[in-house]
Design a protein around this ligand. Structure first.
Ligand code: NDP
Ligand code: GDR
Length: 361
């Protein structure tokens, strides 16, 4: 399909997925508008390479201030832009943080979706504008059976997951009630060198890079036994686009179908700097040592355990494979290697006044 000149609005454009999706849509000829929120410092590092001076001719990338908790700003933006496609990615996306900010998370992640859907309806844009909701595997919570697919019941285990479940059902409801082409992508964890630094994968790859450079003594983690289905964000934004292009609005799981523990991810990341980890002890006393030198490189900090945990997520993306022709292209070892390599470069470049190498005072 020729997408040249089609207009897309991406909320959450400054985030991991928003940045990859903006690149993808621009490469397909779209005019891309992004919603960014006002911050006291720059929050556009992931998309700065896409920005062109507004005075240059032929720009197809535009940023607008707004917030998904601000109804009138959203209404005005949708009325001005008249997008063909809205990719709603903006959210307070950290599960652990949602236990500390449950009300804000409900407002941004739950009601935020309602605000956008209602704006599309109120503006009479339902026939023109397709809507994508960034739903999540977290909605499954602690279901006993894996893999999870579109028919698996939801049982959210965090304020984040409960807010996202509300948004999921509002998306289904606006599709059924008003005929809006509104779809849910139920995405399992996806990562990249652009992943936020407090999600476990990036936290690990940054720590491994810092340890490699002698800038950090050890890495503190929470639940090493959590199981996740980790893919590459670039693959997953391709899936988002395919979901929106599908003739019928529907709900799709995107996942790799492969499960690993946080412990395994940690081992794979250290292996990238030729360190084998030997685990010893149990529970909060467990440590991960360098098998060669015996130095402790991983410790447990109970602060990183959540009040309720989702133990195992593993997705079955057969429906997306069958109807959208989507499948992941990057497996976990490749993803981990890419992330560690990127962090080794980034951390080396980060200004550190007087780094003290480990073991030198
Ligand atoms: P990020 O945390 O990297 O990005 C979130 C984006 O939302 C940022 O651009 C952030 O802006 C923006 N945002 C947060 N709050 C608001 C607000 N009140 N108003 C406007 N913008 C806001 O998330 P990801 O890119 O990883 O994920 C994208 C979406 O997909 C999220 O909705 C997430 O919940 C969901 N999801 C993610 C998965 C994953 O594994 N990555 C899996 C399944 C779903 P700022 O830069 O200013 O903070
Ligand atoms: P998740 O991602 O909660 O799955 O949500 P995160 O990387 O935060 O946690 C994954 C698992 O690792 C365990 N864990 C730790 N997590 C963090 N952040 N820090 C630690 O130190 C640590 N130690 C162990 C967690 O307990 C958890 O089990 C992500 C987000 O992108 C959501 O927005 C998205 O919806 C889901 O993925 C699918």
């Amino acid at each position: 399909m020729d997408s040249t000149g089609r207009i897309a609005l991406i909320t959450g454009i400054t985030g991991q997925d928003g940045s990859y999706l903006a690149e993808l849509l621009l490469s397909k000829g779209y005019v891309v508008h992004g919603l960014k929120r006002r911050a006291s410092s720059f929050n556009t590092t992931r998309i700065d390479h896409l920005y062109r001076d507004r005075h240059e001719e032929g720009g197809r990338f535009f940023l607008h201030y707004g917030d998904v908790t601000d109804t009138t700003a959203l209404l005005r933006l949708l009325a001005d832009i008249q997008p063909h496609e809205v990719y709603h990615l903006a959210a307070q996306s950290h599960v652990a943080v949602s236990f500390q900010m449950p009300e804000y998370t409900a407002n941004a992640d739950g009601i935020g979706t309602l605000r956008l859907l209602e704006a599309i309806r109120l503006l009479g844009a339902g026939a023109r504008t397709r809507f994508y909701q960034a739903s999540t595997s977290e909605m499954y919570g602690d279901v006993a059976a894996t893999p999870q697919d579109e028919a698996t019941p939801f049982r959210p285990r965090s304020p984040y997951a409960a807010a996202k479940l509300y948004a999921y059902w509002m998306t289904v409801n606006y599709r059924d009630a008003y005929g809006i082409h509104a779809s849910n992508g139920i995405l399992f964890n996806h990562e990249s060198p652009r992943r936020g630094e407090t999600f476990v994968t990036r936290k690990i790859t940054r720590a491994v890079a810092a340890i490699h450079h002698g800038l950090q003594p050890c890495l503190y983690l929470g639940n090493l036994d959590a199981v996740r289905d980790w893919g590459h964000a670039r693959d997953f934004v391709e899936g988002m686009w395919r979901i929106v292009q599908h003739s019928v609005a529907d709900d799709f799981v995107l996942a790799t179908g492969r499960a690993h523990t946080v412990r395994q991810f940690t081992e794979m990341a250290f292996a990238c700097i030729d360190v084998a980890i030997a685990w010893e002890g149990r529970g909060e006393e467990e440590v991960g040592r360098c098998a060669r030198t015996g130095r402790v490189l991983v410790r447990i900090d109970p602060a990183y355990f959540r009040p309720t945990e989702v133990r195992a997520l593993l997705g079955d993306a057969s429906k997306a494979r069958r109807l959208l022709g989507w499948r992941h292209t990057v497996d976990l070892p490749e993803l981990v290697a890419e992330m560690v390599a990127a962090d080794i470069t980034t951390i080396a470049a980060e200004a550190r006044p007087t780094p003290v190498p480990i073991g030198h005072g």
